[in-house]
Design a protein around this ligand. Structure first.
Ligand code: UDP
Length: 458
């Protein structure tokens, strides 16, 4: 008789990894499969602290949240990417193995049967292998990014890339005629501007190809129809997205900050298609001059806006608003530290999304039919912008001036432009319909997901 499935899901310590893996975990748990969700201790504390009472109640018995130490003993080392990465990779496998053994000892009827990890932590699958467990991986970015890393070893072998991820003798790189090339600045590791750090990030990405090759499936948050050319380049990709939670669902989204739901009732008080939603994910930071221009651009647009201003958005410090801005905007703007983003994007009042184009935000906006204004910050966000503006045609770029700053006039002009662009609106609606079809019974992502569930039960 087949064993009762019990999947352990391990997220990298980043919001953009925890959120989609948790959404996937909820879907798996909805199929009656036991899920244990592992975060590092620091992230675990944030996620639990940010949960509302309602979320905690909903959580009970569905998904078991557990944690392991990340191996970093000195706080300063956490801010040093080299030390962090070295300590993390050295300690986490042993800690993870110990955790699995402890769980299995205390729950002999339902031992862990499958390990699902974020693909950038593919080295953790050695633990699964040594314990004879099923292995699966999840890629948190776009299928194009996955296809790139899948081919990266060959690109190095062919002399197209060097071992630090620099393009040799060219300023762009193509892996297929069917998908757009990457300009040098669109390579996910390029942003650092420093060779040593660039190589560190490139090496993290290089883990992904061999990981994809060793697992039966590498799942990702998209649908085949939305991305068929890059999906065709990775034989065992299993697109199971877009991940959308229904608006009634109050299970935890894994946010690191408490979600301020007051913005939903604020949105209720606005006309359909009237509000600009502005959010830059969990990592992007702004210089004070850029922060000022954004504030003044929103003011100049004359539109109501909902703006997520994390406490560390202004270069790690609390934001300082332009003189009198908060008073002038008191009746027009709503500012929150963290929003229930998916619910916001699903709200009829939202007209467009000023976004940094992180993959999760990209999928959420695209599958909820919201036109974008793209303002990428780093990693894969420049390439995601390309998909939004040139392939799907559901958004416009907000372009920086020569000084690198996006001016208030550019911001306000682009807001007006995107709101009056009927083609963008029609395309956005098409993506929404497509996403809905893909995850509905019989849709390709739905079928892929069921394939995965059957595999867990086999
Ligand atoms: N998010 C949220 N509330 C906010 C801002 C962001 O819930 O106010 C969520 C968003 O829905 C997405 C995730 O945080 O799922 C951010 O992931 P993304 O890949 O877009 O960006 P990252 O944070 O990795 O840069």
């Amino acid at each position: 008789m087949a064993r009762k499935p019990h999947i352990i899901v391990v997220a990298s310590p980043a919001q953009g990894h925890v959120t989609p893996l948790l959404k996937l975990s909820h879907q798996i748990a909805n199929q009656g499969i036991k899920v244990t969700f592992v975060n590092t201790e620091i992230i675990h504390e944030k996620v639990i602290a940010a949960m509302s009472k309602n979320e905690k109640d909903q959580q009970t018995g569905r998904i078991e949240f557990v944690s392991i130490p990340d191996g970093v003993e000195h706080e300063d080392d956490r801010n040093d990417p080299f030390k962090f990465s070295e300590r993390f990779q050295r300690s986490v496998p042993g800690n993870f193995k110990g955790l699995i053994e402890k769980i299995n000892d205390s729950n002999k009827d339902e031992p862990i049967t499958c390990v699902l990890v974020a693909a950038t932590m593919g080295w953790l699958l050695d633990v699964a292998q040594s314990l004879g467990l099923q292995q699966a991986a999840f890629w948190t970015g776009s299928p194009a990014g996955l296809a790139f890393f899948y081919q990266a070893p060959k690109l190095i072998e062919d002399g197209v890339l060097d071992s630090s991820g620099n393009i040799i003798d060219n300023d762009q790189i193509s892996i297929s005629k069917e998908i757009p090339p990457w300009n040098i600045y669109e390579l996910p590791w390029y942003f650092t501007g420093e060779q040593r750090i660039q190589k560190l990030y490139f090496d993290m990405g290089l883990v992904v190809g061999p990981t994809a090759q060793r697992v039966k499936w590498i799942l990702c948050n998209t649908s085949y129809e939305l991305h068929s050319p890059p999906c065709d380049l990775v034989p065992n990709i299993l697109p199971v997205g877009p991940f959308l939670t229904s608006s009634e669902n109050s299970a935890s989204s894994g946010s690191f900050w408490p979600e301020d739901s007051s913005c939903l009732s604020w949105l209720d008080g606005h006309e359909s298609g009237s509000v600009i939603y502005v959010a830059f994910g969990s990592i992007a930071v702004f210089s004070q001059p850029q922060f000022d221009e954004l504030a003044l651009g929103l003011e100049l647009s004359g539109k109501p806006f909902l703006w997520v201003v994390r406490s560390d958005l202004a270069n790690g410090s609390p934001a300082v608003y332009p003189d009198g801005f908060l008073e002038r905007m008191a009746n027009r703007g709503k500012i929150v530290e963290w929003a229930p983003q998916e619910k916001v994007l699903n709200h009829p009042s939202v007209a467009c999304f000023i976004s940094h184009c992180g993959w999760n935000s990209t999928v959420e906006g695209a599958s909820l039919g919201v036109p974008f204004l793209c303002w990428p910050y780093f990693t894969d966000q420049f390439y995601n912008q390309k998909y939004i503006c040139e392939i799907w045609k559901v958004g416009l770029r907000v372009s920086p001036g020569e000084n690198g700053i996006r001016s208030r006039t550019e911001i306000s002009e682009k807001i007006k432009q995107v709101l009056s662009d009927d083609d963008i609106r029609v395309n956005a609606q098409k993506l929404k319909d497509l996403g809905k079809r893909n995850i509905s019974k019989g849709g390709s992502s739905y079928q892929n997901f069921i394939k995965f569930i059957d595999h867990l039960r086999s």
